[in-house]
Design a protein around this ligand. Structure first.
Ligand code: 5GP
Ligand code: ZN
Length: 112
């Protein structure tokens, strides 16, 4: 989608540190990491929010891609967290749905 920063990153029009990719999804290193390993996993196709992820097949593959990305990031053995922010209270700032994949340290719970 025109003007969407994550569409541009997924297309390679804006440089990023790619951590995982396949035909449908790209994970890149977060520019402001909240853990030693912090990837942002996006569908290549523009979908604005979790609530707009209407395609059940895509949604299922997206979750599977999160596990593949975490494996590629090297955090499968130590563990990781997958987070989707939504809406004002959830703190979604970029309107292209994304999963944060966080690992590389023990993560506190509950989140702030
Ligand atoms: P949100 O708050 O929308 O869930 O998270 C958006 C995330 O995208 C933030 O963690 C932010 O650091 C990251 N981000 C925003 N713009 C860019 C960018 O241009 N490049 C990269 N690598 N990460 C970005
Ligand atoms: Zn987009």
């Amino acid at each position: 989608m025109d003007g969407c920063i994550f569409c541009k990153i997924a297309a390679g029009d804006i440089p990023s540190d790619i951590m995982y990719q396949d035909d449908e999804f790209v994970a890149f290193r977060d520019i402001d990491p909240q853990a030693p390993l912090h990837g942002v996993l996006v569908p290549r196709a523009h979908v604005a929010t979790l609530a707009d992820l209407a395609d059940e097949g895509l949604a299922g593959r997206y979750l599977q891609a999160a596990a593949k990305a975490a494996r590629a990031m090297g955090v499968e053995a130590s563990g990781y967290r997958v987070v989707v922010n939504y809406g004002p209270d959830g703190g979604q700032l970029v309107m292209h749905v994304h999963m944060h994949i966080l690992g590389g340290r023990a993560l506190g719970w509950p989140p702030g």
